[in-house]
Design a protein around this ligand. Structure first.
Ligand SMILES: Nc1nc2c(c(=O)[nH]1)N[C@H]1C(S)=C(S)[C@@H](COP(=O)(O)O)O[C@H]1N2
Ligand SMILES: [Mo]
Length: 322
């Protein structure tokens, strides 16, 4: 009899079947009941213990605020921004944190590969020793037309690019979210192309605004913000700001991002904020401010035109807006 070796999430059944049925099927395939019990219930207890441990990077916070990045609006209070999140791996709704009980922020290994002189794998705490954390106040604009203003803590993406030392042929940086359906239930949903992927040109990735975020509100980021490592590109729609990053690949091919794979006609590679270029299904002229609940006009490049317009000089009538 041919018994297919279980390869976890890679089994098509795992993607298509609710966990309960999937587990009993694996049981029939010969996996020991005791082993299964350890894998499921033991794993949950371990996750709980890990979640209860203090974050090993806590002493790095709060970091000094960089005064170069100022806001034209009040900071969104944490009790508002922490319950309106997008993190499709865990929930298709906005209150994501309750679905993250199995998520563990350590151990967290980041892989740097592709067209680089220094391919490497390093733990997040080793990475944190190689960079200098700072706080930055940034506006955030979701393509769904809501916005907030957040005190992120992190370090320039350019610093990670420098650690990698890309070769001269590298033109793009591709980033990937972790893949573990035991932790992120929606990664069993075969309708979506997991893992979440995003990409930037190298010019964008080394631009001073591109920020790798590890913290928020002066402390290590709560899980729903994309801990322990997420991107923030404040001049672009929020879906570019990939969460839970485990891999950075330097390449000469333009990466096809997650949303581009799902719905390429509506969500492209560039995704630069422009109030005059509507989404195919709604206007982008204004946005709902999460802080006040009021609508405010959307700004070109989300207000960062003075910083980034040079990146796109002469291309303004091309497809850089979606
Ligand atoms: N891995 C991953 N990253 C993601 C998303 C996601 O679903 N999965 N959603 C994106 C979208 S659409 C937005 S608006 C921001 C939301 O970030 P916030 O929850 O910190 O506001 O995360 C982005 N990064
Ligand atoms: Mo978004």
């Amino acid at each position: 009899m041919h018994i297919r070796r279980p390869r976890g999430w890679e089994l098509p059944e795992a993607a298509a079947t609710p966990e309960q049925i999937y587990l009993s099927r694996r049981q029939m395939m010969g996996a020991g009941a005791a082993l299964l019990a350890t894998a499921t219930f033991g794993g949950t207890a371990a996750a709980q213990r890990a979640a209860d441990l203090p974050d090993p990077s806590a002493s790095l916070y709060p970091a000094k605020q960089n005064p170069r990045y100022t806001l034209d609006r009040p900071i969104t209070p944490e009790d508002k921004s922490s319950v309106v999140n997008n993190y499709y791996e865990f929930s298709y709704g906005k209150n994501v944190a309750p679905s993250m009980s199995r998520f563990q922020r350590r151990p967290w290994v980041v892989k740097i590969d592709g067209m680089v002189e220094k391919p490497q794998e390093l733990g997040i705490d080793d990475l944190l020793k190689k960079v200098q954390l700072e706080e930055r106040l940034y506006r955030h604009r979701c393509v769904e037309a809501w916005s907030m203003a957040v005190p992120w803590t992190g370090f320039p993406l350019a610093d990670l690019v420098a650690l990698a030392a890309p070769t001269s042929g590298a033109k793009y940086l591709k980033m990937e979210t972790f893949l573990d359906p035991k932790v992120a239930p929606n990664q069993r949903d075969f309708r979506f192309p997991w893992p979440y992927v995003e990409g930037l040109t190298l010019a964008e990735a080394t631009h001073e605004l591109a920020f790798l975020v590890t913290g928020v509100y002066g402390k290590p980021a709560p899980n729903q913000y994309g801990a322990p490592l997420r991107l923030v590109t404040p001049w672009k729609y929020g879906f570019k700001s990939i969460k839970g990053i485990v891999r950075f690949t330097f390449t000469d091919k333009q990466p096809v991002s997650y949303w581009e794979q799902v719905q390429g006609a509506e969500y492209g590679f560039w995704a630069n904020v422009n109030p005059k270029v509507p989404h195919p299904r709604w206007s982008q002229a204004s946005e709902e401010d999460l802080t006040t609940g009021e609508r405010r006009p959307t700004l070109i490049f989300n207000g960062y035109g003075a910083f980034v317009a040079d990146l796109y000089k002469g291309q303004e009538d091309r497809k850089i807006w979606y």
